[in-house]
Design a protein around this ligand. Structure first.
Ligand SMILES: [Zn+2]
Length: 405
């Protein structure tokens, strides 16, 4: 349903764009074609069609718009919309047919040509014809170099093909054409693309290039977690433990809510560097800064237990459990600790009390753009392809039972 609404938003945007363009041309054109357009708008079928569209009723919308097209001498814009509706219904072949027929028309002006190609590109993309979609969007850009829709769709296609340099170059064009207020959004995405390029360089055994890419990503977006992690990984693999620790500590500083991603790496690196106090100190500092930090507690508890203090560790785990009762990792750690302590009855009893009213469910990460759910934290949504759109949903038992009544 979200997809459909997004599609309709795109359609309405397209309609508005076309309407503005055509209104301007109405006075400019003398070949009389505008009369057809006006006739189209005057048709009751046109308005009815739009009403159905707004009400999410695609089939009656298609029916009315088809009638409107017939009564208006086959207006280009109505056929454009009809094609898009077929695509949204999943009838990609029909959509391609509809849009391809428009390309055969004589006297297509440059922008009309670009609009038709853009819709055709979306058809190809939807149908999985990647090469043809790439070709169509590139052609749109030849006709209309700044076309934002074409650039955005090209970038997504390149991303899907893991053609990161091309995706990066395309996003740079979007950023160059953007208003100052929108630049940070583009830079955030450029940072993720730099990170992807860095991973590619690392896989190709070029740690220097990888390091440059990860650093560029961090410069663009100082809070970007994967680039910090990967930068540390590249350094660690080259034996630069101090450099790796510096990269991971910077993640903890810049993005404390994602600090936990660096915990296992930091714990191992500190140990390798012969330091036994830094890791628990780091966890305690994070807990002090954010009392809700259940992951720092979990890490601190594991570290404490590994140091031989299971009784102390379980107290920390109980705190963690109260903050986030649906975290399986916490339950697992608690049971491990309880069994190490040979199941002391009072502790088991406390565990039962604490969990009694907890709500359990899986896939706590949710895409804020399309509501896609995932068990793990993802940097790019597999559903809507947005970057960095996942947040963690947490359900804790209500503080006051009466609040639920
Ligand atoms: Zn999404």
């Amino acid at each position: 349903m979200i997809d459909l609404q997004a599609a309709i938003a795109v359609l309405v945007a397209l309609l508005v764009g076309l309407a503005v363009g055509k209104a301007w041309e109405r006075y400019k054109l003398s070949d009389g074609r505008w009369i057809d357009r006006r006739r189209a708008r005057e048709s009751p079928h046109y308005m009815l069609g739009l009403n159905f569209l707004v009400a999410d009723q695609i089939d009656p919308a298609i029916e009315e718009l088809t009638k409107a097209a017939q009564s208006a001498g086959d207006s280009l814009e109505i056929h454009l919309i009809l094609g898009n509706l077929y695509r949204e219904k999943g009838q990609v072949g029909r959509a391609i047919q509809e849009h391809q027929a428009l390309l055969q028309r004589a006297n297509l002006r440059k922008l009309e040509h670009a609009n038709v190609l853009l819709c055709l590109g979306l058809d190809y993309k939807r149908g999985g014809f990647v090469d043809r979609a790439l070709e169509a969007f590139s052609e749109v850009l030849r006709l209309d170099p700044g076309n934002e829709y074409a650039l955005m769709n090209l970038e997504k296609l390149y991303e899907e093909q893991h053609q990161w340099s091309e995706a990066h170059a395309t996003r740079q064009k979007l950023e160059a054409g953007a208003l100052d207020a929108d630049k940070p959004r583009h830079q955030r995405i450029l940072a993720f693309l730099e990170d992807a390029l860095g991973l590619q360089a690392a896989a190709a055994n070029d740690p220097a290039a990888a390091e440059r890419r990860f650093t560029a990503a961090i410069d663009l977006q100082p809070t970007i977690a994967p680039a910090h992690l990967h930068l540390g990984d590249v350094r660690f693999r080259q034996g630069d433990v101090t450099g790796a620790i510096a990269a991971w500590e910077r993640l903890v500083r810049n993005s404390p809510d994602r600090a936990y991603l660096a915990f296992p790496r930091l714990e191992a690196a500190y140990r390798r560097a012969g330091d036994t106090v830094k890791f628990p100190a780091l966890c305690r500092q994070l807990i002090e800064e954010n009392p809700q930090d259940w992951r720092a507690r979990l890490a601190l508890a594991s570290h404490t237990a590994a140091g031989g203090s299971a009784a102390e560790a379980i107290e920390i785990l109980f705190e963690s459990l109260v903050i986030n009762p649906h975290a399986l990792a916490v339950h697992q750690a608690i049971w491990e600790m309880l069994s190490t302590l040979e199941l002391p009855k009072p502790l088991v009893q406390r565990y039962v009390e604490l969990t009694r009213r907890s709500v359990f469910y899986v896939d706590p990460h949710i895409c804020v753009r399309c509501r896609y759910r995932s068990t793990e934290l993802l940097w790019q949504c597999p559903n809507c392809h947005e970057w960095d759109s996942f947040v963690e949903e947490r359900i804790a038992p209500a503080k006051d039972a009466d609040a639920l009544a």
